[in-house]
Design a binder for this molecule. Sequence first.
Ligand SMILES: [Zn+2]
Length: 434
Amino acid sequence: MSEPFKTKKYLAIANEPVFVGTGGYRIGRVDNTIVRDPATNLPKIPGSTISGNARYYSWLAYKSEGMNKEMNIACSKGKTTKDENGKDQEACGICQVCLTYGFINSKEAHSGLAYFSDARILFFPVSTMIGTVWLTSDEIVNEFINTGSEPITTGNDKFLYSQSIRNSLPQSNENKKILNFGWIMLEAKDSINSENWKLKKDADTDEIVNLIEILNRIENRICVVSKDVFHHIVNSNLETRTSVSINPITGAAESGALFTYEALPRGTVFIFDVTYENPANYMKDESMEIVIGTVEKGFNLFSSLGIGGMGTRGFGKIEIIDNRLDEKKYWEKLKDFIGKLNNNLNELETKISKLKQEIENEQDKNKKKELTKEKDKLEKEKQAFEQKKSLWMEYVGKVKTQKEVCVNNENDILNIFEEILLLNGEANNEQNQS
Ligand SMILES: [Zn+2]
């Protein structure tokens, strides 16, 4: 069996200010505080916020790609939810969103197969005399980054800087290189080769994102300060804005209902990880890649639909960088999975017809009853497999049609669709319909 768990690290950059409130603010008051990590007291995006948004967006992605059978609005939350007609809907428990993120319905409850860490600040943008630089702390660097040399230290009054900004650093009267970070002026200590930095591999992660894309985005303009100074600078450079509360029922502004909130600025770089559990741990045939692909489908929408609060006011669009599962791999694994579903169905079919024969030939009443019970159980199992299969087959057929329309250079993927449909003997039907 393949590995039971896999942890992937992800980097993200905020394309808009990210507001992640603690919730429960009182209208008209200045208490919309940002969520902080209790250990570092730095703002963070809680793992539960990432997972809640990812779930909804994975659901939206599957839905918009044409997965309709079984999957309903409750699958986007994993629990009973009112639909647009005010009717209670139950999470289906069959679709990939339910399986990946967990669900509870009247029959069963399952925890999800993806565990999200909090997203922590890796680089924080600050205005200086020489333009924006991205700040981090020695503590953060030593935790996440392989600098290729000894652990980094800075004093409380000094900073380290990327080679790329060396020549633009201002000089003090004493001919020392200095720079202001917001209102704090520090003296340059030494330069760093940040262009060679890589993310550290740790005991939990076997998948490493390369820092290159992020470093390019921020033009390699990095400065490192001590943990205390970093803390200070971050907290005094959060975006503070005042907004009007909107009455959610009338849509009108509440009179006098101004409130203030803090947000992490555009350009903030985050790091987080997701631990994926192998469905095989629960005797399920889906491969881990299908779980990963499902979560990452959701991640793709973070950059257009945003994360955290106030999404509708143009807040919280973050872009998750690189490190995505190859799409072809996702479809290949889905093909394997549907092959397995077919095998299971055939096996069950054989077992059921054998049982039917035995029941017919059995004279003993009690034994007959027992065999019938066994047969009913297998038939239920078969039904569940069939439901799952028809859900996926419908989806594959629809995505294939979409791909054929919009993409001409993805022949590899189109071939996989063809093979999946052949597995099911549906390739011809599909052609006849269109
Ligand atoms: Zn579902």
